[in-house]
Design a protein around this ligand. Structure first.
Ligand code: GLN
Length: 231
């Protein structure tokens, strides 16, 4: 018994950690959550007939949010890993990334991951960057709630380096960081981002995969990619 004029669109509640430009961040003026992931999930929702509602939360709260059903999907630059696959379902990969290192401009001692031995490293809690940094011999790893806080700590001189996703490091440096920071090191390993849904929600994962295929075919994915990353 739907009311006349009422929207019939189903709602897709999407969790994100909006401190990860250019994938998800808050636009200063409009206060909206914008970025590659935000455009992509909205386009996927539209394709599937869902209205997308974004919930901003800490990165380490996203998988628990799926587990208790407070959100339906995660679009947050989340790398598909074996450990996470034990807890959630991922769509097909939608973006290729990897980890690099950010150091101060005048730091010529750190050029690759081997040089991080015994160093102070800032990372974001619950990320692949945090997991990799903890494997580095004698490194002191300090965990922050989000990537911007880790970059701030580097700027303040509290750490020697940040280990974080390459496209986010590059965006940070291009936007504001180049006065004092630079990215170094070949990407540690290839990582692929996927949209995560609850373990039991295989139906939604299938729908998202199908919609992703359609957006790749009709040029919409390409348009969103070019908007945020250039060619
Ligand atoms: N890709 C990294 C991970 O999945 C970082 C994601 C993020 O900080 N939003 O752990």
């Amino acid at each position: 018994c739907s009311k006349e004029g009422a929207s019939t669109a189903k709602v897709l509640k999407v969790g994100t950690d909006a401190g990860f430009a250019p994938f998800e961040f808050q636009d200063e003026k409009s206060k909206e959550y914008v970025g590659f992931d935000m455009d992509l999930i909205k386009a996927l929702g539209k394709q599937m007939g869902y209205e997308v509602q974004i919930q901003n939360m800490n990165f380490d709260g996203l998988i628990p949010g799926l587990e208790v059903n407070s959100i339906d999907a995660v679009a947050s630059g989340m790398t598909i890993t074996e450990a996470r696959k034990q807890k959630v379902n991922f769509t097909k990969p939608y973006y290729q990334a990897g980890l690099t290192i950010v150091v101060k401009n005048d730091n010529n001692a750190i050029k690759n991951f081997k040089d991080l031995e015994g160093k102070k490293i800032a990372v974001q809690i619950g990320t692949t960057g945090a997991a990799e940094a903890k494997k580095i011999k004698d490194a002191q790893v300090r965990e922050f709630n989000n990537a911007p806080e880790a970059f701030m700590e580097l700027k303040a001189g509290g750490v020697d380096a940040v280990v974080n996703d390459k496209p986010v490091n590059e965006y940070y440096i291009a936007q504001s960081g180049s006065k004092d920071a630079k990215a170094v090191g070949e990407p540690l390993q290839a990582e692929e981002y996927g949209i995560a849904v609850a373990k039991k929600n295989t139906e939604l994962a299938g729908k998202l995969d199908k919609a992703l295929d359609e957006l790749k075919k009709n040029g919409e994915y390409e348009k969103i990619y070019v908007k945020w990353f250039g060619k």
